[in-house]
Design a protein around this ligand. Structure first.
Ligand SMILES: [Fe+2]
Ligand SMILES: [Fe+2]
Length: 479
């Protein structure tokens, strides 16, 4: 197993000590990072031991070590997946040429932009989630929140390493700017819309980690295909961490649903729309969960950008950003004469139009993402069906509630009906969480910090982290 060097100030598996200039530059960036973490990272809990995993190696199996650590002492570092000998560029006009170990001059600006945008999302989500510790439904969940947060911090390190190591002075400036922007800030917001939204409660957090971290998975998968090998290796290791974030989201929503249907059954409520009685039980009704899905799914769809995009085509042609699981796709990986069906809205009807495959790469990645989201929703529905309740959670139509791309101007219902602006507005609160929903969910957000206990709106997990027993004290909050 390729091990990580923890003897240095910045743990790494990139021989950092061999490159004094880079090491010094990163050591200079480090205090700014810690300042950012203390100012904009988790509020409170910075001086209590948290049961966190840290990477010890970069192999897919057995890379994690668990132990108690205070968050500011977490060993953030630079971890790249092992180099694949003889790797060639898998797609685009340079397909088949050896991968680049240095930045190709002609693609420098494009590459720097891709890395800086990915880098910007990482600290943004930590900022969005900073208040959640105060209302955690259990120590288990509190620990999962912090695990996600420290790993997003590490993903920032991953991108900053690339900027510092390969982009000279403009790279250092980008790395600085990543610490200056803030989620939701009027003057210096984060780059992408979904990363400036609030994450007001734990249901929103679970939805975020299910839907928005999954966008991250798709972006990272596409970048892991890159002909710029350091980016590919960086993203490949990030993906192994990302999987846990989506686990937190999927199981978090599932446990919320489970508690709702269990309490409904116990009290003999069979109608999922009997919302007042269900809410009196202190659990979140399924229609509210559906509205949260509608919101988080659609803002995450916006992250894929316009359906057709010259930037995406250029990045593909250049061999910088590929498709989801590029190497497993059976075609010429150059797409010069290929087409891809893209959903269009024509007056009141949707139809697929064959677009040049190169321009339609965002649409394709988004379609792959939608399929993946759909499987998760299917698993949630099984919990509802098993409880004998007649209700099905659904992903809304992809044109519903969009701010980016060709559907941004349209007014489409979650079922895919095209409406006028007034009719859409009149039904808005049926489809998206309103103030009343947020206030109700917020009323349930009372912290539970006693080991082994859980808030009344969420079921306990099936197994503990690293197989720890149910009453394990994941966060040692001093009394
Ligand atoms: Fe991340
Ligand atoms: Fe993530």
């Amino acid at each position: 197993m390729e091990m990580i060097n923890y003897d240095e100030k910045i743990p790494n598996n990139v021989n950092l000590s061999q490159d004094r200039r880079l090491q010094r530059a990163l050591e200079k960036w480090h205090p700014g990072y810690i300042d950012w973490w203390l100012q904009a990272g988790p509020e409170g809990f910075q001086d209590v031991p948290v049961y966190l995993r840290t990477a010890v190696g970069v192999d897919p199996k057995g890379w994690a070590q668990f132990g108690f650590v205070k968050m500011p002492d977490y060993r953030w570092g630079i971890f790249l997946a092992p180099k694949e000998e003889g790797r060639t560029i898998p797609f685009g006009r340079h397909k088949g040429e050896p991968v680049w170990q240095e930045v190709p001059g002609e693609y420098r600006a494009m590459l720097r932009r891709l890395i800086a945008i990915q880098g910007d999302t990482e600290p943004a989500s930590v900022e969005q989630q900073r208040h959640l510790g105060k209302t955690a439904p259990s120590l288990y969940d509190l620990r999962n929140l912090f695990q996600v947060n420290v790993e997003e911090g590490r993903h920032l390190w991953a991108m900053v390493y690339l900027l510092h190591a390969y982009f000279g002075r403009d790279g250092r400036e980008e790395a600085e700017a990543l610490l200056q922007r803030r989620s939701g800030d009027e003057d210096r917001p984060r780059v992408l819309g979904a990363f400036n939204e609030d994450t007001p409660d734990w249901l929103a957090f679970f939805m975020f980690t299910f839907f928005t971290d999954r966008d991250g998975k798709y972006q990272l998968e596409a970048l892991a295909q890159s002909g710029f090998d350091p980016l590919s290796r960086t993203c490949r290791f990030m993906l192994t961490e990302e999987a846990h974030h989506m686990f937190v989201g999927e199981t978090g929503v599932m446990r919320t649903i489970e508690q709702t249907v269990t309490r409904m059954k116990e009290t003999g409520i069979t109608d999922p729309y009997d919302v007042d009685r269900i809410r009196e039980l202190g659990v979140i009704d399924l229609p509210t969960i559906q509205r949260y899905i509608n919101f988080h799914f659609t803002v995450s769809l916006d992250l894929f950008g316009s359906e057709t995009s010259t930037n995406a085509a250029n990045a593909f042609n250049a061999g910088l950003k590929g498709r989801f699981q590029e190497v497993k796709i059976d075609d010429d990986h150059q797409l010069v004469n290929d087409t891809y069906p893209v959903l269009h809205l024509d007056g009141d009807t949707f139809r697929y139009v064959d677009e040049p495959a190169l321009s339609a790469l965002n649409a394709r990645l988004r379609d792959d993402y939608i399929k993946d989201c759909g499987s998760g929703v299917g698993r949630w529905n099984k919990v509802i069906t098993k409880a004998g309740i007649d209700f099905e959670l659904k992903l809304p139509h992809q044109a519903f509630n969009r701010q980016v791309g060709q559907f941004a101007e349209a007014h489409v219902s979650p079922e895919g009906d095209v409406l006028d602006a007034a009719a859409w507005e009149a039904r808005r609160d049926d489809w998206l969480p309103d103030q009343d929903d947020y206030a109700f969910v917020a009323s349930l957000m009372k912290p539970v910090y006693e080991p082994g206990r859980f808030a009344g709106w969420i079921a306990p997990p099936k197994v503990g982290i690293n197989k720890q027993p149910g009453d394990f004290e994941y966060v040692q909050i001093a009394e």
